[in-house]
Design a protein around this ligand. Structure first.
Ligand SMILES: [Zn+2]
Length: 621
């Protein structure tokens, strides 16, 4: 594969810590992706390794990738697999399972080739979370989460890779990677070439190809790139930059001296609610970038708020797992993964920081912070409160543990909060969980994993003997966290009050739910509705057919929620619902909906009390 068909025009070779020089004796694995000749929504890929010395080999596409904590079988999206010899003849191979192909005659193997289908336009995306999924839309957008495109040969994961991506004129890559560019003689396409140190770096560096929409800014020596794909041109990278800049600047101030990336790329894919498109909203972390997928229909204010919550979470992953992780994470087996016990830290503490920094840096009010904690306590109630978090984490890919994954963002964050309060209490306000994480990241780091079994010992050594009791009781133990005891230490209490809600959502809990089998949207049963839904006369189990004449189902539920966000007070709205097999029309006038809720509030205590002092150290320390 060394035919020189292009005139090499080096537009500029930039350097980054991710670009690794390939040693002379080691020919890199060359992965070629063709984004120009897309056929039937499929992209052709070839992977060309150095000559094999083993008798046979197996080619793998990941079954799972770090950060997703789910089994996704990316090999399911591969078609037309071929093993080719040096004359271009097809060699025999045996497909072992969804993700692996055995090639018996390895010494004659030149390369493998195949076609890749994307996940975004498949119904339900076959369970793949969109920020780790793939998009192929010729001439318009390619979301290259590279684990969906590029595989690896047995025992060759640690070899360097050269990624060659042929792209049409008009599309540019959004990525934290540096590249060299070659152009075809007739300038009809270009080829981007990326050098990567090992297979992990390939999948740690997603690339989004789209029409140019990139903005960048500097924060204390770090360059932040924002790439936006907005199919209906509702948003641009410039329009979201101010919010992101404010947030990342606040994160850098909160973190102080810890992160070590010189460049960070935010790849935002906004999905079109009107057609089959990505529906798994959220983001996935990488060392120097994050892929974010959100609905384009979101209103600007809400998009900014969600970006703040989501991107700050991903950015805080720089601390953990990226710089503090166990061997299970470091030597990740993409096809037979062993999971670490410490999701409470990787995801929980990260999620806690994504909320704590906002109050610490005064991006939100104290009551907003307490309300978020309160929402997490309520969401955590849906899960088994006695399931040891370490056991759940270690078995997160299996039943019955995998259904508890969402709780890592709920109870996981609350573990972070309780540990933070306990550390502040023991240290007279001096030490919090951020100090602990910094100490751990100094002891370990990106290239130095810890032993899963030894993390608690390390934490105790860096903190207080009492912390062992905390960890063994609430993290690896079966005892639920007595939140009120922790709140009392910082002068907070839980009480019942009236709150404002959205038309369809209270805090983070929707009043509606969806039936994935039928696609129906219905009002939840056995719950109290807000004042608006009560006025409307909704009953639990009512299936929503239309709202103001527009039909709704699971596919466009976000449109409904977004439209409701923009309702002015005093508008007439009409619903058609299916109740006991009959259509019923319901009408009401819009007004700010209210509901009662348990909220966390500050006790009336003097500023000089030890509770208030501890609270100030906790939130402002
Ligand atoms: Zn996360």
């Amino acid at each position: 594969m060394k035919k020189a068909i292009y005139t090499l025009a080096f537009i500029g070779a930039l350097y980054s810590c991710k670009t690794t020089q390939t040693s002379k004796e080691n020919q890199p694995v060359i992965a070629s992706i063709d984004l120009v000749n897309v056929e039937e929504d499929k992209v052709s890929v070839s992977v060309d390794p150095d000559r094999f010395t083993t008798e046979n080999t197996t080619f793998y596409i990941p079954k799972t990738v770090p950060g997703t904590y789910s089994t996704d079988n990316y090999g399911k999206f591969i078609e037309n697999f071929k093993a080719l010899d040096y004359d271009g003849n097809e060699l025999e191979f045996k497909k072992i399972d969804d993700n692996s192909w055995n090639i018996p005659n390895a010494p004659n193997l030149d390369k493998v080739s195949y076609q890749v289908n994307d996940t975004y336009d498949i119904e339900d995306e076959e369970g793949v979370f969109s920020p780790s999924g793939t998009n192929i839309e010729a001439g318009e957008n390619f979301m290259l989460n590279l684990h969906g495109f590029v595989g690896y040969f047995e025992n060759k994961q640690e070899e360097p890779y050269r990624l060659q991506i042929k792209r049409p004129q008009g599309l540019i890559p959004g990525t934290a990677l540096s590249k060299t560019v070659a152009a075809s003689e007739d300038m009809s396409f270009k080829e981007d070439i990326y050098s990567l140190g090992r297979y992990f770096e390939v999948i740690d560096n997603p690339i989004m190809y789209a029409k140019p929409d990139t903005t960048s800014f500097m924060v204390e020596g770090m360059e932040v790139l924002i790439n936006v794909y907005s199919p209906n041109k509702k948003y641009t990278s410039k329009s979201i930059k101010p919010g992101i800049e404010e947030m990342i600047s606040a994160q850098k101030r909160f973190l102080g001296e810890v992160d070590n990336t010189g460049k960070y790329a935010i790849l935002l894919y906004l999905s079109d609610s009107e057609k089959q498109d990505a529906r798994g909203f959220g983001a996935l972390e990488h060392h120097t970038s994050t892929v974010v997928v959100l609905p384009e229909a979101m209103q600007p204010e809400q998009l900014q708020k969600t970006m703040t919550d989501v991107v700050s979470h991903e950015f805080f992953h720089i601390l953990t797992p990226l710089n503090v992780h166990s061997k299970e994470v470091h030597y990740f087996d993409y096809n037979d993964p062993k999971m670490s016990q410490h999701l409470w830290m990787y995801e929980g503490v990260t999620e806690y920081f994504a909320n704590l920094f906002q109050i610490n840096q005064e991006l939100i009010e104290k009551q907003d912070f307490y309300d978020r904690i309160s929402d997490k306590i309520k969401s955590a109630q849906q899960f088994d409160n006695t399931m040891p978090f370490t056991e759940m984490s270690q078995n997160i890919l299996e039943d019955p543990y995998k259904d508890s994954y969402y709780n890592v963002y709920q109870k996981g964050a609350l573990i972070g909060m309780a540990l933070d309060i306990r550390l502040r209490e023991l240290s007279d306000g001096e030490m919090g969980i951020l100090d602990l994480m910094k100490a751990l990241s100094q002891r370990y780091g990106m290239d130095k994993p810890f032993e899963d079994e030894e993390l608690f010992d390390d934490i105790v050594e860096l903190t207080y003997p009492e912390i062992r009791t905390f960890l063994e009781t609430y993290v690896s133990g079966t005892t639920p966290i007595p939140y009120n005891e922790f709140f009392a230490k910082v002068g907070l209490e839980e009480s019942e009050t009236e709150i404002n809600t959205g038309y369809f959502i209270k805090g983070q809990t929707p009043y509606i739910d969806g039936d994935p089998a039928k696609g129906d949207l219905f009002f939840r049963e056995n719950i109290q509705f807000n004042s608006f839904l009560q006025e409307l006369g909704v009953k639990g189990g009512d299936i929503i057919k239309t709202v103001n004449g527009e039909e709704y189902n699971i596919q466009n539920v976000y449109n409904l929620i977004m439209k409701a966000e923009s309702w002015e007070e005093g508008e007439e709205v009409s619903f058609v619902v299916m109740r006991d097999g009959e259509e019923v029309e319901l009408t009401a006038t819009t007004a700010q909906p209210t509901d009662t809720d348990t909220t966390i509030t500050e006790k009336d205590l003097p500023e000089s009390s030890k509770e208030v002092k501890l609270r100030n150290a906790w939130l402002k320390g």
